[in-house]
Ligand binder design. Structure first.
Ligand code: AMP
Length: 283
C-alpha cells in the first residue's frame, strides 16, 4: 500500500490502474479506523481493482465548538489497518492540499440536508460533507464509492449530489457494523467513559424495541416512537432527535408503509452518537 499526500500522486496511481483496465473504488474516511471503516475497505477490495482510502479530517464539516481539535488521529495505526484490509492507496492530504489559498466554492444540497443532523448541527455540516465528497470524486474519479449506512442521511446527501451533478460514480451503502453489545461502531466512541459506554447501548436497544413493535404488526409512528423513547428514557438518554422518516427523501412519515428510517441522535457524556434502522412493515 502506498501513502500519498497530493492530488497529483493519487491521480497518477489511478491513471496507472486504469491503463491496466482496473476499476477504481474510493472509501472516504476521517480516520480512527474501526471495523466499520474496515468493512467498507474489504467490500471495496472484493468489488474493485484499485482501492483508494482517503483519510482527511475535514474541517469544514465541523462547527466551531465541535470536536475538530480533539477528533482522534493516528495515521500510522490507520495505515496498518487499511493495508491489512486490502487498501492499495491511502490518500492522506494536508488541509492546504484540499483547501488551498483562495478556495471559494461550497456545494449545497437542499432538501435531504435540512432535517435530522442537518437541523441539529446546522447547514454548514452537510455543506462541508457535500463539498469535500465532490472534491474527492473530482480528485480520484472513482467508479464506485463506499459509504456506511451508519450515516444514513450522509448516504442520501451523496446520492442526491451525484444525481444532480451527473457525477459518473456509483454509490454503494454498506451495513452498520456494531460492537457485540449492539453499539454502532464510531470513532467518537473513544470519548465514552465506562458508564457512558453502558448507557450508549440504549440507542441500539431503542431501535430494536421499535423494530419489535413493527414486527408485531403495528405501523403507526406514535406507537413505534414511544417504544424507542421508553428505552432511551430508561437509560437516562435524552435524544437530540428520534424520528421516523421516508428512507429515500427523509420526509416525515406517520406510518411505516412499506418502510421507514428510524433515526436517533443523542449526546452521551462527551460523545454525540447517531444510529438508525430501516423498519419494514410486516407483510
Ligand atoms: P468517518 O470516518 O466517521 O467519516 O466514516 C467513514 C465512513 O465509514 C462513512 O461512510 C461512515 O458511514 C462509515 N462508518 C462509520 N461507522 C460505521 C459503522 N459502524 N458501520 C459501517 N460503516 C461505518
Amino acid at each position: 500500500m502506498r501513502i500519498v499526500r497530493t492530488v497529483a500522486e493519487v491521480r497518477a496511481a489511478v491513471a496507472e490502474a486504469r491503463r491496466d483496465g482496473r476499476t477504481v473504488g474510493l472509501v472516504p474516511t476521517m480516520g480512527a479506523f474501526h471495523e466499520g471503516h474496515l468493512s467498507l475497505i474489504r467490500r471495496a477490495r472484493e468489488t474493485t481493482g484499485l482501492v483508494v482510502v482517503s483519510l482527511f479530517v475535514n474541517p469544514t464539516q465541523f462547527a466551531p465548538g465541535e470536536d475538530l481539535s480533539t477528533y482522534p488521529r493516528d495515521e500510522a495505526r490507520d495505515a496498518a489497518l487499511a493495508e491489512r484490509s486490502g487498501a492499495d492507496v491511502l490518500f492522506a492530504p494536508e488541509p492546504a492540499e484540499v483547501y488551498p489559498d483562495g478556495f471559494a466554492t461550497t456545494v449545497h444540497v437542499s432538501g435531504v440536508t435540512e432535517v435530522l443532523c442537518g437541523a441539529a448541527r446546522g447547514a454548514h455540516h452537510f455543506d462541508g460533507v457535500a463539498t469535500v465528497v465532490a472534491k474527492l470524486f473530482g480528485m480520484v474519479a472513482p467508479d464506485v464509492a463506499f459509504f456506511g449506512q451508519k450515516d444514513a442521511q450522509q448516504v442520501l446527501v451523496v446520492r442526491r449530489l451525484v444525481r444532480d451533478l451527473d457525477m459518473p460514480v456509483r454509490i454503494e451503502a454498506c451495513p452498520i457494523v456494531r460492537e457485540a453489545d449492539g453499539l454502532a461502531m464510531s470513532s467518537r466512541n473513544v470519548y465514552l467513559t465506562d458508564d457512558d459506554r453502558r448507557r450508549a447501548t440504549a440507542l441500539n436497544r431503542a431501535l430494536a424495541a421499535a423494530e419489535r413493535v413493527v414486527e408485531s404488526g403495528e405501523t403507526g409512528a406514535d406507537a413505534v416512537l414511544a417504544a424507542a423513547r421508553a428505552e432511551l428514557a430508561a437509560a437516562g438518554v435524552d435524544p437530540e432527535y428520534l424520528e421516523l422518516r421516508d428512507p429515500d427523501d427523509l420526509h416525515e412519515v406517520d406510518r411505516i408503509a412499506p418502510a421507514a428510517l428510524l433515526a436517533v441522535a443523542a449526546r452521551v457524556g462527551a460523545a454525540r452518537l447517531i444510529d438508525n434502522r430501516i423498519l419494514k412493515e410486516r407483510r
